[in-house]
Design a protein around this ligand. Structure first.
Ligand SMILES: C[S@@+](CC[C@H](N)C(=O)[O-])C[C@H]1O[C@@H](n2cnc3c(N)ncnc32)[C@H](O)[C@@H]1O
Length: 247
């Protein structure tokens, strides 16, 4: 069953999501299905999405709902726990982490106020597991002033993400932008309509490769990049295996 078919057939608690989000979830969350995942959703609404995540991730998943509304506590059931507090309150978030551990996945579907979602992201993202996924949805509010947004407004989370694209590429900025913790711990950023997804990961030393016919040349370059076997690499970069010169 896909998440979309679950939503269409849902006769349990109410789910409130835009339809185009469902394939996005499948694309980025699929590898966590049936794993002992710790999944945090900021914003419980009427509790339906928490039940959907429980069904989707399977019997080993720990589904953690965060909401400012104390009434959400009633959504507690097997595999689903609710923590009441404000997403912008980092002491509260630390308390949640202390209790549930480091999350594999965070979905921010909370207040959608720019300073709130930035506070949650700044606090939670660096703490996540190295293959964690952080998804912020309903980012149409980034363009709405009642949510502290507005086109090109620097408080707007989309604008913050544009700067993070530069941080992701800092290694190639020729020293103009020093690499950060974000650079070192982020594999990818994905932009969709109203949704941004961050995929964490660690990179090994970065360098370009060429594969195919000029293999000796590649081997020489790789060795040079790695700083090993200089005498060998000098020889192999100037001559091919049959002794003729290569470019
Ligand atoms: C859009 S609803 C969540 C819908 C739910 N995730 C779903 O898909 O069905 C937003 C929720 O965020 C909660 N919320 C609003 N401001 C918040 C804040 N500052 N911190 C935490 N939760 C907040 C609201 O109480 C509400 O339950």
């Amino acid at each position: 069953m896909t998440l979309w078919s679950y939503a269409l057939n849902n006769d349990k608690r109410l789910i409130h999501k835009w339809k185009h989000y469902f394939p996005i979830y499948e694309r980025h969350f699929n590898e966590f299905v049936n794993k002992p995942v710790t999944f945090i959703e900021i914003g419980c609404g009427l509790g339906g999405s928490l039940q959907m995540w429980k069904q989707y991730f399977g019997p080993h998943a720990r589904i953690v709902g965060i909401d400012i509304n104390p009434e959400c506590k009633k959504f507690t059931e097997d595999q689903i726990e609710i923590h009441i507090g404000a997403q912008q309150d980092t002491a509260f978030l630390q308390g949640v982490i202390d209790q549930v551990g480091i999350p594999d996945i965070v979905v921010d579907d909370g207040s959608h106020v720019m300073s709130h979602l930035a506070a949650s992201f700044d606090f939670l993202y660096p703490k996540m597991l190295k293959n964690g996924v952080y998804l912020v949805e309903d980012l149409h509010t980034a363009y709405w002033e009642e949510y502290e947004g507005g086109l090109r407004d620097p408080r707007n989370f989309i604008e913050i993400c544009k700067s993070l694209v530069d941080e992701l590429n800092a290694d190639h900025s020729r020293g103009t932008l020093p690499p950060t913790e974000f650079t070192r711990s982020t594999m990818a950023m994905h932009f969709y309509d109203s949704v941004v997804v961050f995929e964490r990961g660690t990179t090994t030393k970065k360098f370009g490769t060429e594969t195919g016919r000029a293999f000796d040349k590649l081997a020489a370059r790789v060795k040079r990049k790695l700083g090993v076997d200089h005498s060998q690499s000098r020889r192999s970069s100037s001559t091919s295996s049959n002794g003729s010169a290569i470019k």
